[in-house]
Design a protein around this ligand. Structure first.
Ligand code: HEC
Ligand code: HEC
Length: 239
């Protein structure tokens, strides 16, 4: 069995046989780690995100990375997730899977994928008493004071560039569905009449959507991105 061809059927066989023939045996946690890093976990042809696109797995977030999602180190044994909105780990995962990765249906509890992801999250969760983390959503998008342009460039590289690519050109972007910033805002006067383009961007960053509609971009809570850093980012984008 080829490693490259690992899919749902392959893991069933793997887990059943406990061994994939020529290659070394793959544990459920190892298979979960592969799934975690593979956008093909979602069957949608429009999805370019893996879990690792938005979540680090190290004890603290790596320098130079400002993700919308927390590092998932010690995530498995919390009493709740998503700031208390989710009380089952699989529901917390499936929220991401369906809303961000365009998964057609939530991963069922007894699927090889959800079991393997669970084993992987357990394997990176040494602390069984880890506390739930806050997730503060900005209710109504509002203007923020503009900050330092150099800091804004750092924020762009750490938070946005992985998906949107370089500013002005989009070079290196993860998917062509991620628009070129800030150029995409040129049409906002027509699409969102009466709303300043900067406010549309703030709304998108804070809610992942445009005033309640559309999109699979993740929202940034206040813990993930402070208003000060958002203000610096807007100054960098000249918005
Ligand atoms: C496009 C970005 C994105 C992708 C892809 C994504 N997530 Fe998330 N995830 C988030 C955001 C944003 C949150 C809310 C903030 C938080 O709690 O980490 C979140 C929350 C979570 C939480 C709850 C963490 C906590 O303690 O509150 C878990 C667990 C999780 N995600 C697992 C996964 C797994 C597993 C995958 C892959 C199947 C995945 N996520 C894919 C963005 C993403
Ligand atoms: C995990 C990948 C990802 C990250 C990180 C990300 N975006 Fe996005 N963004 C997307 C995708 C994909 C779209 C297009 C789909 C949608 O509208 O949600 C998008 C759309 C947008 C739009 C709307 C563009 C339009 O078509 O009008 C704006 C504005 C935007 N992103 C700004 C940002 C900013 C600013 C950051 C950094 C704080 C950021 N994004 C981080 C993936 C991402």
């Amino acid at each position: 069995m080829r490693r490259a061809g690992l899919g749902a059927l392959a893991v069933l066989a793997l887990l059943a046989a406990g061994c994939d023939g020529k290659d070394a045996p793959v544990t459920a946690a190892e298979y979960g780690e592969r799934l975690f890093n593979d956008a093909r976990l979602s069957e949608s042809g429009f999805n370019a995100f893996s879990c690792a696109t938005c979540h680090a797995t190290t004890p603290t977030a790596p320098a130079g990375r400002l993700d919308s999602g927390y590092t998932l180190h010690d995530s498995a044994f919390r009493k709740s997730w998503w700031g208390g909105y989710e009380t089952r780990l699989l529901d917390a995962v499936n929220f991401c899977y369906v809303n961000f990765m365009r998964g057609v249906a939530p991963l069922p509890e007894d699927s090889p994928q959800s079991r393997a992801l669970y084993e992987y999250l357990v394997s990176i969760s040494p602390n069984r008493d880890a506390r739930p983390l806050p997730f503060t959503v900005v209710k109504d998008a509002a203007e923020v004071p503009r900050g330092n342009v150099a800091r804004g460039g750092e924020v762009y590289r750490a938070a946005c560039q992985g998906c949107h690519g370089e500013p002005h050109t989009g070079a290196g972007r993860l998917t062509e569905l991620a628009s070129i910033l800030p150029e995409v805002t040129a049409d906002y006067g027509e699409t969102f009449p009466g709303v300043p383009p900067s406010l549309v961007v703030i709304e998108k960053v804070r809610h992942g959507q445009f005033f309640g509609v559309g999109g699979n971009m993740p929202p940034y809570s206040l813990e993930a991105l402070s208003d000060a850093d958002l203000g610096a980012l807007l100054a960098f984008l000249e918005l």
